[in-house]
Design a protein around this ligand. Structure first.
Ligand code: ADP
Ligand code: MG
Length: 356
């Protein structure tokens, strides 16, 4: 049930001293009808990977398979794949309907079929009333819907979306996220979506592939990526993490700054020795009492964010971490720089990271 398979793909642009390795041995299986997101910072190779799938570039080594057949060297127009770019690249002189029907017309489909498909696509992206307008008479969000409808019209097996929402303002981007998710579910087409926005990736995807410097670091569903990041980069790029150093022995972790504690998940981490553990700011409880077990700490700063208050605290060894608290109705969490506090968390909240 694999729609797209990438086998050990390497892509080097240029030669000699100026050569850039954009992808360094990426292997990946994208399932049929899934909303798959490639997430990573600018320059990590996301667009290059999409180009290999679309056929705009060939891998230096490695293979691309589509529904089991090798398409590595098939030209783009022979692949049942379509791409939506950040710049919608609509034809300004064509109506919305003609923009949507353009690809079908190029394929030489009959007029009746084109007009039937265009009508269906207009309804799908909720632009029925806009069929005769020119792109210049539409808002940014509406233009993005036309670009989507145009890419979906030839019924591709796979739709590639390269940061399609990054030019939109926040409000519109949120609306289009919901819209895209709906389109993917309604059409059942495999979506490969690229973003550098971790929140967008978490809220929209069935699965996420996290990339850094031409490498695929981790593939998993949003919950797994967030709760069990494979390494320090993933833990800090997706959401916010505090990092604590200590020593592990079996399932007991002894914090450099203080107490010993049981740990829940140790997969991938060394069984003994020095390790780094990650903990999410919202997983830590804070009490103003300084008695009992837990980690003693001192508040250094509180920042009010509306629903949350972020509290910076220093541990005994000087390590500073962030605790995210729900703001009380009064807005005042009752903690101030200098407050002596105790931190607690569930054993499972601590994620031991592999050395790398
Ligand atoms: P992303 O989409 O994640 O920002 P890209 O795939 O565009 O990353 O780029 C990955 C790396 O490859 C970057 O270092 C970029 O500068 C380089 N690169 C991309 N396209 C080319 C090209 N045509 N020629 C040379 N280097 C390129
Ligand atoms: Mg890019």
């Amino acid at each position: 049930d694999t729609a797209v398979e990438v086998r050990d793909a390497r892509k080097v642009y240029g030669q000699g001293a100026g050569a850039v390795t954009a992808l360094d041995g990426v292997s990946l299986g994208i399932r049929k009808s899934e909303f798959f997101t490639l997430l990573g910072p600018s320059g990590c190779g996301k667009t290059t990977l999409l180009k290999l799938i679309a056929g705009f570039e060939s891998p230096t080594t490695g293979q691309i398979l589509l529904h089991g057949s090798d398409i590595t060297f098939d030209p783009p127009n022979l692949r049942p794949v379509n791409t939506v770019f950040q710049s919608y690249a609509l034809f300004p002189h064509l109506s919305v309907a003609d923009n949507i029907g353009f690809g079908l017309k190029m394929q030489g489909r009959p007029k009746s079929e084109i007009s039937e498909t265009v009508t269906r696509m207009l309804a799908l992206v909720r632009l029925d009333a806009m069929a005769d307008r020119k792109p210049g008479q539409l808002s940014g969000g509406q233009q993005q819907r036309v670009a989507l409808a145009r890419a979906l019209a030839p019924s591709p097996k796979v739709l590639l979306l390269d940061e399609p929402l990054s030019a939109l303002d926040l409000q519109l981007r949120k609306e289009m996220q919901i819209e895209l998710k709906r389109l993917q579910i309604e059409t059942g087409i495999t979506f490969v979506f690229v973003t550098h926005d971790q929140e967008e990736a978490l809220t929209m995807s069935d699965r996420i592939g996290v990339m850094q410097s031409g490498h695929l670091l981790q593939v998993g569903d949003p919950r797994t990526i967030y709760t069990r990041p494979a390494n320090r980069f993933v833990a800090s790029f997706i959401g916010e993490s505090n990092f604590l150093t200590g020593t592990v022995d079996g399932n007991v972790f002894t914090l450099d700054a203080g107490p010993r504690m049981e740990v829940g998940q140790t997969d991938g981490a060394p069984a003994t020795g020095k390790v780094t553990a990650a903990i999410r700011p919202e997983q830590i409880r804070i009490t103003s009492a300084t008695l009992g077990d837990g980690i003693p700490a001192t508040v250094t700063q509180t920042v009010y964010f509306g629903t949350d208050t972020h509290c910076r605290v220093a541990l005994a060894d000087g390590t500073e971490i962030t605790v995210r608290l729900q703001s009380p109705a009064s807005g005042d969490v009752g903690l101030h720089p200098g407050s002596e506090v105790t931190l607690k968390f569930e054993p499972g909240a601590l994620i031991l990271l592999p050395k790398a």
